[in-house]
Design a binder for this molecule. Structure first.
Ligand code: FE
Length: 336
């Protein structure tokens, strides 16, 4: 071997030991600031591969042992569990993460980084607060809400996780009966994204909608244009299940990939994401809820509702466990 080749091999090893490859479904420009901060602090470079969850999952699976990815960042516990079940993740242990992240928001394979609530929205011109006071997701099947509710399609993972949480808490038989009545209360054929459900309430087409909290905050921030910002003024958020287990919570989370060349650095990066300063940066840009208690949600999110009771008893892993059953019974109930 000539000297040049030897040197470049050493150099290459040196370089590859000082970088991690992150596969992510997130599309926030603000994340690049976090990555740079990590590099400045540790000297470890981060290479980003971004895309949608299914194609990324497929790529990681197909590449198998030769996949150079270290980390996979996903939204929704349902997706994290699905990746876990396909054997994409490596088990890691970290005292820091176990201490910082409540048990119900992590597994041995993935860790929740930030939380989101899937809540109810209402148009006070069409339905009074009194009429929905103290309601639970379960009550949304009541006849009094006939043709009132806008919600996206059953193939959406957020909805599957919500229904999975009902299965986890009440069993499948209850949920099948509940779904039959709930679907009768749809105001229109499910279509569009979460923001479009909120817009349906703003326009008066629907009295109620179900959507994740960060979408409302995003619209209210003006980042989605003036029209959507105006729409949020006609719509009020409502946090259900305050009298029982609390409002349905989900996570965005991350795991170390099975064939990660640098699992230690990858774990170090996850720990970095839980640092107060980084948590603050994340939630101020994504409008999610922080995973650690010492950080407060962004002002826009706080004005939606302060100190509401979060469902801290249902383990988010159960969303993955019941995902397929949930989808099946949603379809059978006529939820398109
Ligand atoms: Fe989303």
């Amino acid at each position: 071997m000539n000297l040049f080749l030897l040197l470049s091999l050493i150099l290459f090893n040196e370089l590859s030991a000082n970088e991690i490859n992150l596969f992510t479904t997130r599309h926030y420009d603000s994340d690049t600031i976090i990555f740079k901060e990590f590099t400045d602090q540790t000297g470890i470079n981060i290479n980003i591969v971004s895309g949608k969850s299914k194609p990324l999952e497929k790529r990681i699976l197909e590449e198998g042992k030769s996949c150079k990815g270290d980390l996979f960042f996903l939204a929704d516990a349902g997706r994290l569990v699905s990746a876990e079940e396909k054997g994409l993740f490596k088990k890691i242990r970290s005292k820091v993460l176990e201490k910082k992240i409540p048990k119900q928001f992590r597994s041995e394979f993935w860790y929740g980084i930030a939380k989101r609530a899937r809540i109810i929205y209402y148009n006070p011109k069409l339905i009074s607060l009194k009429e929905i006071e103290n309601i639970s997701y379960e009550d949304l099947a009541d006849e009094r809400f006939k043709e009132a509710i806008a919600i996206r399609q059953s193939n959406n993972v957020y909805n599957q996780s919500l229904v999975a949480s009902i299965i986890e808490n009440h069993g499948k038989k209850y949920t099948i009966d509940w779904l039959k009545k709930f679907v009768q209360n749809f105001s229109r054929e499910p279509a569009g994204n979460d923001r479009s459900q909120i817009l349906s309430v703003a326009s008066g087409e629907s009295k109620l909608a179900i959507a994740n909290t960060y979408y409302y905050a995003l619209m209210a921030s003006g980042k989605k244009g003036e029209e959507q910002q105006e729409a949020t003024k006609k719509v009020k958020p409502y946090f259900p299940n305050q009298q029982n287990r609390g409002t349905h919570m989900n996570i965005s989370g991350i795991g170390v990939l099975k064939h990660s060349p640098n699992p230690e650095l990858a774990t170090q990066f996850i720990e970095f994401l839980l640092a107060p300063k980084v948590q603050k940066h994340i939630i101020n840009n994504t409008f999610e809820y922080p995973m650690i208690e010492s950080v407060k949600p962004s002002i826009l999110v706080e004005t939606m509702g302060k100190n509401f009771k979060q469902d801290n008893s249902t383990n988010v892993s159960s969303y993955g466990k019941w995902q397929k059953d949930a989808f099946k019974i949603m379809k059978e109930a006529g939820w398109n």
